[in-house]
Write a protein that binds this ligand. Structure first.
Ligand code: 8YV
Length: 321
């Protein structure tokens, strides 16, 4: 009999077909799948989910025979890792393959914000250009400082892109970074915001980074500053950001991630000095194929009794320590 698994987000058709070949898949986006999981939670042995979706604690509690949570992404902020450890549940991610695409979206948001791409697009479409309207002058990237908050793989990839645009790079990272090039390290997120024209949030979301970009950090960016976020909405005090954007205490923001997405705070949509994307960092065909393949590898390894190759929680190894 095929093992039963729960899938919380749709995946590429070929990945879903591969899942269907080997598993009995309860699709939680469909009534039929939800009903089956609800009727027999003890049958579920694996969960496949997105980084922004994770696993709801109420479901986690009901899945007595859960052995693996395979995240189709790198963020584990929506999975209770402590509970996974306690319960002996593996948690896996898809590291490496999405780095460049997320950094590309970060760079695109820097460009779009400084060069007024959103405003320009809206102006042309509305016919304002044809009526003689002019876009205010934009801001050059060259010579500006990008402050990378969290110099992990994505942060480094964004820093390299920014350098290619003639920007200077500063960063803050909790631990030392061996290959930080000649980039300028700041002691605190606030110091980084002070040194930067653009603050780019790339740090992983966890209890330590929740609300790290608070009102003081946002104000330190200053009236010519721009905030870019490709990490998670929870790292930024969103209410403080909205106020700062309204009052023009910072110039603008480019956001791919939000609190409570996709039901985001409607006040954000009212702002004209923001560029908004619906969490698209890793959303390319190539990257979603590569991510899906890793999810399949992790699941197949687990069900074959092997160590899943990309574990962030590995109960057997951790128990031995
Ligand atoms: C994906 C992500 O959009 O990697 C992550 O943590 O949030 C994104 O890459 C997501 O995992 C797919 O839902």
């Amino acid at each position: 009999m095929k093992p039963t698994i729960m899938m919380f987000e749709p995946m590429l058709p070929e990945i879903e077909a591969a899942l269907d070949r080997d598993y009995d898949v309860c699709r939680m986006t469909q009534e039929e799948g939800r009903a089956r999981a609800d009727a027999q939670p003890e049958a579920i042995r694996a969960v496949v989910t997105g980084g922004g979706t994770g696993l709801d604690p109420a479901w986690f509690d009901r899945l007595d025979n859960l052995g693996i949570i395979a995240v189709n992404g790198v963020g584990t902020d929506k999975v209770d890792l402590e509970r996974a450890r306690r319960r002996g549940v593996h948690v896996t991610t898809t590291p490496g393959v999405l780095t460049d695409d997320v950094a590309d979206i970060g760079m695109a948001l820097v460009l779009a914000s400084l060069r007024r791409l959103g405003e320009g697009e809206r102006m042309v479409r509305a016919g304002d250009w044809a009526r003689g309207g002019k876009l205010p002058l934009a801001t050059s990237l060259k010579g500006k400082t990008i402050g990378i908050l969290g110099l992990g793989q994505i942060g480094k990839a964004l820093a390299r892109r920014a350098e290619a645009f003639g920007m200077r790079v500063a960063y803050w990272n909790r631990s030392d970074v061996a290959d930080a090039g000649g980039w300028q390290r700041s002691d605190t997120p606030r110091d980084l915001a002070e040194a930067a024209d653009i603050l780019a949030v790339c740090v992983a979301a966890n209890p330590q980074t929740e609300g790290m970009v608070d009102a003081a950090v946002i104000d330190a960016l200053g009236p010519n500053g721009t905030l870019v976020n490709v990490a998670r909405g929870s790292v930024v005090d969103e209410a403080a950001l909205i106020e700062a954007l309204k009052d023009r205490r910072i110039a603008g923001a480019g956001l791919d991630v939000f609190l409570n997405e996709p039901q985001i705070n409607p006040a954000i949509v009212e702002l004209d000095n923001v560029v908004l994307m619906p969490h698209q960092g890793s959303a390319t065909l190539e990257t979603r194929q590569a991510m899906g393949a890793i999810v399949l590898d992790n699941l197949h390894a687990y069900f074959a009794g092997r160590t899943p190759p990309h574990c962030v929680v590995h109960p057997v190894r951790e128990a031995a320590q």
